[in-house]
Ligand binder design. Structure first.
Ligand code: DAH
Length: 318
């Protein structure tokens, strides 16, 4: 009996030592200590032993049982720790991996166009002036020589905040603000948002972007206007671009004109973009009206100037 017990004990301990996985320990436990395990059987068969032998054998079997249980739980703890270490090792973060690059946005097409046009005018000495989108009616209309009864002044066309204050319908009030605050020479452009009560369709929106331009100095003539604006059109659309000026009345210019450029899409042959005319309207312009200059305190006898306003849309293919 003692020999068998010794054998079982060393066998179990060897198996426990060699075990590399927790389920191998479980096997040992079942085989030794389970309901039908070897030690359990031994305890059960003790009935056959003599009364003197029984407590001695019982004691040894129990000792072996306790020993095996301890070995099993020690080894189990060891294997669990090892498994944890392995997992931590394999799941560790590789800080040498390159990070994920956040996707970056791009500039809005209107912004790109604005910057491009600003650069063109900067190259011939214009600087950028800013004006408010909420402005006084007097700067948006009165100082611009707009007749008292002109329809654009009405509630149907213009967003009024109060009787005297509105969302500007054009960037032209920046001309007025600039002339009121500065003595010539003046040479500015002014991009920005403008507002009109228009329903949205393919070519209208209650909010759109314009760029104003103003130059006032001694001896400015219509040929300065034409030269500057032709230079602008060729810089923006390409050197083969042609321009033409058609008379158009604006209350704040005398004379006034609209400038067309050959369509940048088809080069003037005619296409969908230019409605088969070969031309697209680019801007309104003119010589600053003497009355406007006077209202702003700039003597029209001494100084003259030209102005223009262009609608910023996406015509040049951005
Ligand atoms: N403000 C005009 C508009 O919104 C555009 C314009 C025309 C501006 C002629 C000017 C100009 O400075 O001289 O339709």
């Amino acid at each position: 009996m003692k020999e068998i017990l010794e054998k079982l004990k060393s066998e179990a301990i060897e198996k426990i030592e060699n075990a590399t996985q927790i389920n191998q320990l479980e096997e040992v436990r079942i085989r030794m200590l389970g309901k039908k395990g070897a030690l359990t059987e031994m305890l059960r068969s003790m009935g056959k032993l003599s009364a003197e032998e029984r407590p001695l054998v019982g004691k040894s079997v129990n000792e072996v049982k306790v020993l095996i249980e301890k070995e099993l739980s020690d080894k189990k703890q060891m294997l669990e720790e090892k498994a944890l270490m392995d997992r931590l090792g394999s799941e560790s973060i590789d800080i040498t991996l390159p990070g994920k690059k956040p996707e970056s946005g791009t500039l809005h097409p209107i912004t790109k166009t604005t910057l491009e046009i600003q650069e063109i005018f900067a190259s011939i000495g214009f600087s950028v002036a800013e004006g408010p989108e909420i402005d006084f009616a007097k700067y948006n209309f009165d100082y611009l020589n707009t007749p008292e009864n002109h329809p654009s002044r009405g509630m149907n066309d213009t967003f009024y905040i109060s009787e005297d204050v509105l969302l500007r319908t054009q960037t032209s009030p920046v001309q007025i603000r600039t002339m009121l605050q500065n003595k010539p020479p003046i040479k500015i452009i002014s991009p920005g948002k403008v507002y009109r009560k228009d329903e949205i369709d393919a070519t209208h929106s209650p909010l759109f972007n314009q760029m104003e331009g103003l130059i006032v100095d001694k001896g400015i003539t219509m040929s300065d206007l034409k030269g500057s604006l032709e230079y602008f059109a060729r810089s923006l659309f390409g050197k083969d671009t042609k321009t033409k000026f058609r008379h158009h009345q604006f209350y704040f210019t005398e004379p006034g004109a609209e400038m067309d450029a050959t369509c940048p899409k088809c080069g003037g042959k005619g296409c969908r973009v230019c409605s088969n005319t070969g031309w697209i309207e680019i801007l309104g312009c003119g010589m600053v009206h003497p009355r406007v200059q006077s209202m702003c305190g700039i003597d029209p006898e001494e100084y003259s100037g030209f102005a223009f306003g262009l609608g910023l849309c996406l015509w040049h293919g951005h």
